[in-house]
Ligand binder design. Sequence first.
Ligand SMILES: CC(C)(COP(=O)(O)OP(=O)(O)OC[C@H]1O[C@@H](n2cnc3c(N)ncnc32)[C@H](O)[C@@H]1OP(=O)(O)O)[C@@H](O)C(=O)NCCC(=O)NCCS
Length: 292
Amino acid sequence: MLKDLSLRKCAEEDLDFVHDLSIFSMKEFVDRHWGGWSEELFWADIDKINITILEQSGKRVGFFDTVNEGDMMRLRNIQVEQSLQGQGAGKYMMEKIIDEAQKLKMAKIILRVFVDNPAVGFYERLGFGVVEKEGGSLVMEWVVESDLEIDYVGATEEDENVIRDIIEILAGDNTNFDIDRFIVAKDGDRIVGCARTKIVGDNCLELASVGVLPAYQGLGIGSRLLQEILAKEKQRPIYLLTGAQHENFYNQKVGAEIIAPEKLPCAFRKEYERVIGVFLGNKTEVIAMVIK
Ligand SMILES: CC(C)(COP(=O)(O)OP(=O)(O)OC[C@H]1O[C@@H](n2cnc3c(N)ncnc32)[C@H](O)[C@@H]1OP(=O)(O)O)[C@@H](O)C(=O)NCCC(=O)NCCS
């Protein structure tokens, strides 16, 4: 982690820095997707009021640009000088952005990113999920907590029985139970939801046992559990099995896509067949999806 980082408001004389860094990091993508960089558009679109400058030991090294639209904070841009990328500066800024969104009681933070920008990985790492694909761009969002004070924490051994109960109520996957891989959503002391990644075979990863108690459904807790799990888990791809009715949820929240059973890795195909067997009786159509 870089030392001596600080943030301050953007002044008029910082705008050339913002411009030059934007050209350096974004021109290549704008040229490719939008057919060319326009100086006119850049200057028409920029407003120092929305920009925060990142400094290291008093020297400008990055910035972010946010604008509030109703109960939604739009992250228009976040950039770090190339020589300092990958050392925690982006995360430092994002933590401040999330703090601010929480303080202002925003419902979510939303952003748009070119599909081929490696920054997609950065956003995923910090818990953003893909909600829409539009041409060459992805819309990603981070759901901020509602009035409910839900905590998202790693499960401990004491939580095991409650988690098993929740999974049972929701007819989820109790096999290969490893408490250390669970994240739980807690309302005070009460566990109201859970999710985990499960290792299948040697090294195949499955998103499993995702569930929220009925009284707490529809409040964004499930999406947030997925965000937390994906932020913690670096390995990709991650596979998942679910009822066909949940396809849109997983697609919109974490960009999961349907994968044909014959394309599944061998160990996971066995898991797929096992689950199909379990659900055969109640006519649920099981689909396999992959998060790349
Ligand atoms: C995107 C950007 C702001 C990220 O800032 P950064 O300082 O490089 O990122 P950090 O070092 O803070 O990374 C934070 C976490 O994200 C991960 N991460 C960063 N870039 C990643 C990537 N491309 N793919 C996957 N994970 C990534 C890091 O490994 C780190 O994980 P950790 O907490 O487990 O260590 C920066 O790389 C950048 O300025 N890129 C060019 C401009 C740009 O494209 N901006 C986005 C416009 S939409």
